[in-house]
Design a protein around this ligand. Structure first.
Ligand code: CAA
Length: 257
């Protein structure tokens, strides 16, 4: 399928999506959202795909929601259409998504990266929530996901001042899982995604569900949830295969059953 704002490829069992609006530093307009939903849906429907990498260009992962598209929006229109709620579908992707971030990840760009399961950043990455400089606040989850990721002090600093933080600070703060040289970014993300895709799909999906649950519930409920998922994996052929392979000192062959 041909996209106007994305370049979509497959690398073995990994789906790669590149945001591709270079003239606007990959600003996220409604076409990007529509096409991202289509690309995600296609990869989710494809049993051959076990994980997704979402990336931008060297200069920008995405410099935010498209300000030019948003400029004329009025309150009633925004409220009636629950503007930006369409992004929830991207955040709810079931297959793991790695954000490979180089350059600017600002506003909606930072928020989109945070909708992914983890972020691998190049040394050139810059993260920020500059909405305050435009007379608004984050609207795609920044005030919530950033606060959960880096804590109240730093989230408040970034959201109130609109300043950017570099990759090293973002890693120290816990926003970013790994920082790599710019020329290694895509390889690192594709390799991590290929590793994830090589495991049993059922255990991968459940691992993601379990970690996500930690963000939303009490420790006691979370532990119960984790244990029930853990128990249920003993009903899969892949658990038998994974443990048999360990005991027999060979590589497991998961069949996603
Ligand atoms: N929306 C629309 N267009 C954008 C854009 C955005 N978020 N960010 C950059 N562009 C466009 C610029 O207008 C420019 O287009 P023209 O050549 O047609 O003028 C082009 O991309 C290149 O940008 P710059 O010339 O500004 O590039 P630079 O290297 O000098 O600066 C930058 C880079 C610091 C990222 C700067 O572009 C910038 O500050 N961008 C806006 C960042 C921002 O405020 N993001 C938050 C948006 S609001 C939001 O995201 C709401 C939310 O919560 C979801």
């Amino acid at each position: 399928m041909a996209y106007e704002t994305l370049i979509v490829e497959t690398h073995g069992a990994v789906g790669l999506i590149r945001l591709n609006r270079p003239q606007a530093l990959n600003a996220l307009n409604s076409t990007v959202l529509t096409e991202l939903k289509q690309a995600y849906a296609a990869f989710h429907a494809d049993d051959a795909i076990g994980a997704i990498v979402l990336t931008g260009s060297e200069k920008a992962f995405a410099a935010g929601a498209d300000i030019k598209e948003m400029q004329a929006l009025d309150f009633v229109e925004a409220y009636k259409n629950d503007f930006f709620s369409g992004w929830d579908e991207i955040a709810k992707a079931r297959k793991p998504v790695i954000a490979a971030v180089s350059g600017f990840a600002l506003g909606g760009g930072c928020e989109l990266a945070m909708m992914c399961d983890f972020i691998i950043a190049s040394e050139t990455a810059k993260f920020g929530q500059p909405e305050i400089t435009l007379g608004v606040i984050p609207g795609m989850g920044g005030s919530q996901r950033l606060t959960r990721a880096v804590g109240g002090a730093k989230a408040m600093d970034l959201v109130l001042t609109g300043r950017m933080m570099d990759a090293a600070e973002a890693e120290r703060a816990g926003l970013v899982a790994r920082v790599v040289p710019a020329d290694k970014l895509l390889d690192e993300a594709l390799t991590a995604a290929a590793k994830i895709a090589s495991y049993s799909r059922t255990s991968v999906l459940m691992a993601k569900e379990a970690v996500n649950r930690a963000q939303e519930t009490t420790l006691e409920e979370g532990l119960r949830f984790e244990r029930r998922l853990f128990h249920s994996l003993f009903a899969t052929e892949d658990q038998k295969e994974g443990m048999a392979a360990f005991v027999e000192k060979r590589k497991p062959v998961f069949k996603n059953r």
